[in-house]
Design a protein around this ligand. Structure first.
Ligand code: FAD
Length: 371
């Protein structure tokens, strides 16, 4: 075999897996269709290091997020990656929401998030004098990260350990052969084939298509695209908070509700919202007509905001496994031996908290290859 391991996709997940596996294997290839790493979902997110509070107990999302949170902070400190453990408040604005705070705190505790604290309105206003709330949850372990800096370091570490990166190279076909797989790659309209013992499908929004290319698995995987728009906050209002501020999530809404996040330059963004893209085609345009809805949602807890403080910012697309109205699904990270694809690992539906979980996912894949 020409390669021991081939990783399809150089988003934060493929890069973290490459970095981790490079500690024990030689001949690792990362094949990426874009001209450099992290050009898709990994550069179109909130850059939040989540604590892991909302996900169902024992789900991969909960486990990998809680583990990944700690691993990511340690990695940032070790490699000098800009980050801030700024903390987060989940704010209730009425009695009904206050009751939900207790449920969120209990779920966080079940997930192993130990630092959450229910705080009074007075205490919340000591932390964030400009917000409105009646009670809040404070999670000091939530933070923000320079995701580009993280990916650059992961790529550099992997390269130092001998990983080969093939950019501008799109995987178009995967065939099972004796002892592994033959991968057909298209590079500048030229196709070539190489062989590999292991395949790791970390191709994000395309992961279901790549799985399909490789043949039948037990179940056909189907990713549904859900877009998230952001509006940036200007006019100096971005300086009015120092932590991430989230509303209490509504039970019938997909996503966490319009929340306020910060970046490392103290820029403030509202969003992302969550819109199902029926066409399943990538769309990064921002619908300016949403500005009033974003303002009204955020004014409930950021009363200082005015219409002219907001302007359209970025958008990202989540690869979700559920359709509108269906229950939230967990990440799929699975070795496909039972489906007749030994040494083939699919990672499907890697939406949030994928960035936070990336290093824990690297560890998990490393263990899956051992078994
Ligand atoms: C709006 C939004 C906000 C989010 N906020 C957060 C957050 O604050 N915190 C958090 O933890 N997570 C967050 N996430 C989730 C996080 O961004 C993702 O989980 C993570 O970036 C997924 O990384 P990935 O490597 O799987 O995907 P991607 O970054 O999409 O990478 C997949 C790569 O595969 C490549 N590829 C696809 N097909 C092929 C092919 N045929 N051949 C070769 N290469 C191919 C693509 O070009 C791409 O580079 C957010 C996501 C969204 C959309």
């Amino acid at each position: 075999m020409e390669a021991k391991v081939t990783i399809i996709g150089a988003g934060v997940i493929g890069l973290a897996i490459a970095e981790e596996l490079s500690k024990k294997f030689n001949k690792i290839f990362v094949v990426e269709k874009n001209k450099k790493f992290g050009q898709e979902t990994s550069s179109r997110n909130s850059e939040v290091i989540h604590s892991g509070i909302y996900y169902p107990t024992n789900s991969l999302k909960a486990k990998l997020c809680v583990e990944g949170n700690k691993m990511l902070y340690d990695f940032c400190i070790k490699h000098g990656i800009p980050h801030s453990r700024c903390g987060k408040l989940v704010v209730a604005t009425n009695l009904k929401e206050e009751k939900i705070l207790n449920k969120i705190l209990n779920q966080a505790i079940r997930n192993g998030v130990k630092d959450g604290q229910l705080i009074s309105r007075e205490k919340a206003l000591e932390l964030e004098p400009e917000i409105f709330c009646t009670k809040a949850l404070h999670f000091p372990s939530t933070g923000i990260i320079d995701s580009h800096g993280l990916m650059k370091r992961l790529e550099a570490n992997a390269t130092i350990n001998g990983v080969s990166f093939a950019y501008n190279s799109e995987v178009v076909k995967i065939e099972r052969i004796e002892g592994g797989y033959a991968i057909t790659v298209k590079e500048n309209n030229i196709q070539f084939i190489f062989t590999t013992e292991y395949v790791i499908n970390a191709s994000g929004l395309n992961a279901d298509q790549i799985a399909k290319t490789a043949g039948a698995f037990q179940k056909a995987y189907k990713i549904h695209y859900w877009k998230g728009d952001y509006f940036a906050v200007g006019n100096g209002k971005n300086k009015k908070i120092n932590r991430l501020i989230y509303p209490v999530p509504q039970t019938n809404v997909v996503g966490l509700g319009i929340h306020a996040t910060l970046d490392l330059n103290h820029g403030m963004k509202l969003g992302p919202d969550s819109t199902y893209l029926q066409s399943n085609t990538i769309d990064y345009s921002i619908d300016k007509k949403k500005q009033t809805a974003f303002l009204l949602a955020a004014q409930k807890y950021l009363p200082f905001l005015e219409f002219e403080d907001l302007h359209p910012d970025q958008a990202g697309v989540r690869p979700k496994l559920q359709l509108p109205g269906e229950p939230v699904r967990d990440f799929i990270i699975t070795k496909e031996t039972a489906s007749g694809h030994p040494n083939f690992i699919n990672l499907i539906g890697l939406e949030s908290p994928g960035l936070t979980s990336c290093l824990a996912i690297g560890h998990m894949i490393s263990k899956l290859l051992d078994n």
